[in-house]
Design a protein around this ligand. Sequence first.
Ligand code: BGN
Length: 383
Amino acid sequence: MTRLMLGRTLERICKGVLLLCVLHFLIMMILYFDVYSQRFDLFSRFNNGRNGSRSNLSGAAAGGHHYYYYNLSRPNATLASLLATGRQLVPSTEPDNTQAPSPKPLPPCPENPPGLVGRLLIEFSSQMTMEQVQKENPNVTEGGRYTPPDCRPRWKVAIIIPFRHRENHLKYWLHYLHPILRRQKMDYGIYIINQLGEETFNRAKLLNVGYAEALKDGEYDCFIFSDVDLIPMDDRNLYHCYDQPRHFAIAMDKFGFRLPYAGYFGGVSGLSKKQFLKINGFPNEYWGWGGEDDDIYNRITLNGMKVSRPDNHIGRYRMIKHTRDKHNEPNPQRFHKIRNTKNTMKTDGINSLTYRLVQVKKYPLFTNISVEIGKPPPRPIKG
Ligand code: BGN
């Protein structure tokens, strides 16, 4: 009997010891992992101080961890937005003996952005309001500016649109182009150059004004000049600059999706700042319709450059149908003028540009620049 009782007591003691062992083991495990995770953080901070930390950046950007190395408490601030604006990340007030961490620089944007979709369906029948177009593009910032949040674009592109009384076309243009440019990972701003008054329209002079005014607003190194009624039908037609001046609108529906002639440079074109200055910008003296694009083509070839173009199936465009504008009649002097580009280009261009700036207004999806650019000189009296 006593032996039996002794046996039971021993068994209970053994169970108790075993339980204590398990408990001890569990506590040890908890402590071990706690310390380990702290060490892990410690290492990531250490790495970060040296060469930036992938885990910290992505963790904070995903919002999943309580990293305390950057102050992201500014309202609405995300790491991506901070990086996009180029603002310095503020180190936290936590004592930290290592050097202030520098954010990992963004990778260059891919040459062929993976989000492109290729051929697009473009149509102008649906009714839309500017408010709807604004809602479609919440990440475009005031004045029609956009920078990709996840990569470093190669060019800073100002898109210049000569304009008068075409509000309806502008709506479609913004509706189609903002999403395309975003998929193309462009860093860009949209500038509408509005010719005030009812004097004869002067497209090329407005383009020169756009170049000058955009440079007051940002450090652009690439300028794309687009008519407001031309919509690209393929987002692989990348709106940036190239080694040679670029002609984008090479296959318009109104010309049967072909170049109307070999030297055509109208519709949508793009020049880097260097290329633009090399040709002294565009002519200011083409009043009315026609010839100014041919003069620009002449300037390019006369200055030893060539026009570069996309493939025919990529450079397709739809033009919004419209009646001929008032005060933009064909310019009878254009035939004579385009034969004289060699003589006129040195004195007529960005170096001789004068205009009166009346208003610069930043809208959510574009910057509107209203200017007075004067009127054509009086025609010489014959005889
Ligand atoms: C050309 C115009 C261009 C215009 C294209 C397409 C001239 C100059 C005299 C030949 N050039 O004929 O300005 O972009 O047609 O419409 O008129």
